[in-house]
Design a protein around this ligand. Structure first.
Ligand SMILES: C[S@@+](CC[C@H](N)C(=O)[O-])C[C@H]1O[C@@H](n2cnc3c(N)ncnc32)[C@H](O)[C@@H]1O
Length: 210
């Protein structure tokens, strides 16, 4: 466990029981366009039946289930044991591992390459530098050449648009939300080929080509 961890697994354990209800209970923030974000991730990943897909921070497996329905094989990680318990109930046929994305070491069985790597509503817990280094590592070490890393998350076109948006949200709490202008520059500087689609007022999808 990290000392003074701002985002400990216990926060997500406490959310696991009612997570699925909350994705539709907060339609302005943070879940404006939630279903559309997940669908856009699937669309941009271009999955084929039989492909092996890695879902990072799978939560209760809502995104993983969409790939499963298309005939993909799912490998999923999360650092919250109770989120993983929910996910296992929905997708007993998938591979799961308890793993903190901030840790250097991965579970040994996940040391392989995937046709697609996806994640929804997770990376906004990481500073921009960590987002970029994780994307680089995933593309260079875990994605098959020609595969795609597709990340949907809380994301605003710029600092100014985030500020304007946040004024209307009661009890706004600052997190490491993506800012598209700086994120695209940082990802490209790291040698990544990236495209972005804004999906709702507060969320969008980053597509990185392997
Ligand atoms: C908002 S939920 C999103 C769940 C799911 N991907 C979805 O779109 O519905 C965030 C998930 O990320 C997981 N998570 C947050 N930080 C993490 C980390 N450092 N390593 C692994 N999982 C993490 C949480 O446990 C939680 O299940």
């Amino acid at each position: 466990m990290l000392p003074n961890d701002p985002f400990p697994p216990s926060d997500f354990d406490a959310w696991a029981e009612n997570y699925d209800q909350s994705t539709h209970a907060y339609p302005d923030f943070p879940f404006a366009g939630y279903d559309q974000v997940l669908q856009t991730i699937v669309e941009l990943t271009k999955p084929q039946p039989g492909q092996v897909i890695l879902d990072l921070g799978t939560g209760t497996a809502n995104l993983a289930m969409l790939f499963d329905q298309l005939g993909c094989e799912l490998w999923c990680t999360d650092f919250s044991p109770l989120m993983l318990e929910k996910a296992r109930q929905k997708l007993p046929q998938a591979h799961f591992a308890l793993h903190d994305l901030r840790a250097a070491a991965w579970p040994s069985e996940f040391n392989r390459r995937f046709a697609g790597i996806v994640s929804a509503y997770v990376f906004h817990h990481f500073e921009l530098e960590k987002k970029v280094s994780l994307c680089r590592e995933l593309v260079s070490q875990r994605l098959v050449p020609g595969g795609r890393l597709v990340i949907g998350d809380l994301s605003f076109p710029s600092l100014a648009t985030k500020k304007t948006f946040s004024r209307d949200i009661p009890d706004w709490e600052e997190e490491c939300f993506w800012l598209v202008d700086e994120a695209l520059i940082a990802l490209q500087k790291a040698g990544l080929e990236v495209a972005y689609r804004q999906v709702s007022t507060c969320a969008g999808v980053y597509q990185i080509q392997g």
